[in-house]
Design a protein around this ligand. Structure first.
Ligand SMILES: NC(=O)c1ccc[n+]([C@@H]2O[C@H](COP(=O)([O-])OP(=O)(O)OC[C@H]3O[C@@H](n4cnc5c(N)ncnc54)[C@H](OP(=O)(O)O)[C@@H]3O)[C@@H](O)[C@H]2O)c1
Length: 379
């Protein structure tokens, strides 16, 4: 439990920030509410008795310093992160506290690794970007699926979303990323990020039950192409998205998420099906749950808890899969996600049916192409 430690949430009144604030309270931390809009900040504080509101703007470093004064860590939920990551990281470094964000933007996450790796390592600081549904969950699953492998040929992360009602922050982040890459789409091949102008392919992906085989947009590239290769030796990382969700998120009139339960979660369900391939052998790990925004909160808060209790494997800028014990981290989220993991990482050497196979299965690398269709990662 959080033992009453204060954790600042920048962007606290956003859709994801609110889930993070609630999760921090649930876990025994004391959230410090921060953000740039005084009215929205005070409205949130009024609905959370006893919590302090500290207005701050990325253009005003002193305001960020005041927001982080005396807190144990900061979680940045304010996106587009192209504008917020660097100033909030700088403030965290000045305060000498860990920094966690939920950035889905590929370019912003690349920037965090590029600009802060050396300084953070030299300072012994911990910075975990993309500690969220996109960027962390797939990385934790891929790291778990790798087990005793130190390298693989390919990582495939298939997102089986039932639908995707995007928040304003998701749309804004997608627009910023599209602008930064000049309208091109991004792929991770031959050990590097590359830009493509052609349409992303449409494929069939054999998700486990209850989803079953579904059409997906191949090369719907998400933040995992930054986090996974930041620490795993894999030259090819591909991410896929169910066509229904890809259509939802790109349609201009799709509404924002609507709460359907007492936790404020939407009806959206997800399966994240991860396949790693080395030679002729594939290993797999799967997670399922409800609402990609809501589940980001336990991911980010569990990360903070582990950082503050020393359950980390490195310092500097690191992805979830590198800095945490991936299978242990995933299992700790059992009240939020269902898991299908094979226990080879606990020393079991025998392949498991459906997880570790001697022959390529037609999943992953050989997912069947059914035609071309527009679509590409939004962030
Ligand atoms: N990786 C993932 O899986 C994942 C999951 C959830 C969310 N996210 C990302 O998190 C971000 C927020 O998402 P959301 O769902 O919470 O969206 P949201 O409800 O629209 O909230 C956006 C938040 O960001 C703040 N913000 C935006 N630009 C800012 C700036 N320049 N300075 C300070 N605050 C700023 C907003 O404050 P104002 O009202 O003052 O603009 C608001 O608090 C998005 O970028 C989204 O892509 C990623």
């Amino acid at each position: 439990m959080g033992s009453g430690q204060m954790v600042a949430v920048f962007g606290a009144y956003g859709h994801t920030g609110r889930f993070v604030v609630a999760e921090l309270q649930e876990r025994g931390f004391v959230p410090v509410l921060s953000g740039r809009d005084l009215d929205r900040l005070h409205a949130l504080a009024a609905s959370c008795p006893g919590l302090e509101a500290r207005p701050a703007s990325v253009d005003d470093p002193a305001s960020l310093d005041r927001a982080l004064d005396g807190v144990a860590a900061v979680i940045n939920c304010a996106g587009p992160f192209a504008a917020t990551s660097a100033p909030v990281i700088e403030a965290a470094l000045r305060a000498g506290i860990p920094y966690v964000d939920v950035a889905a933007e590929i370019e912003a996450n690349v920037d965090t690794f590029a600009h802060f790796t050396d300084r953070a390592r030299a300072a012994g600081a911990v910075i975990v970007p993309a500690m969220a549904f996109f960027g962390a969950l797939g990385d934790l699953l891929a790291t778990t699926a790798m087990g005793d492998w130190t390298a693989a040929d390919e990582v495939h992360i298939a997102y089986g979303l039932s639908s995707w009602q995007p928040t304003g922050g998701t749309r804004a982040a997608g627009a910023v990323s599209r602008q930064r890459r000049g309208g091109a789409r991004v792929v991770y091949r031959n050990g590097r990020l590359d830009h493509r102008q052609d349409e992303a392919p449409t494929l069939k992906w054999p998700f486990p039950d209850p989803l079953g085989t579904r059409e997906v947009i191949g090369e719907f590239t998400m933040a995992d192409v930054v986090t996974v290769p930041s620490h795993l030796s894999v030259p090819e990382v591909r991410t896929y998205m169910t066509v229904e969700a890809a259509r939802d998120v790109s349609a201009p009139d799709t509404p924002t998420p609507a709460a359907v339960d007492e936790h404020g979660r939407s009806a959206q369900t997800f399966l994240v099906d991860v396949v790693v391939r080395s030679g002729g052998t594939e290993r797999r790990a799967v997670a399922g749950g409800q609402d990609i925004y809501a589940v980001t909160a336990p991911l980010a808060v569990e990360a903070v808890d582990r950082i503050l209790t020393g359950r980390t494997r490195t310092v500097g800028v690191a992805s979830a899969g590198e800095i945490f014990d991936a299978p242990d981290f995933l299992r700790s989220l059992s009240s939020h996600i269902s898991l299908d993991l094979c226990p080879w990482h606990e020393g079991v050497q025998l392949p498991c049916k459906g997880h570790d196979r001697g022959q390529p299965t037609g999943r992953g690398a050989t997912a069947q192409r059914v035609g071309d269709e527009a679509g590409a990662g939004t962030a």
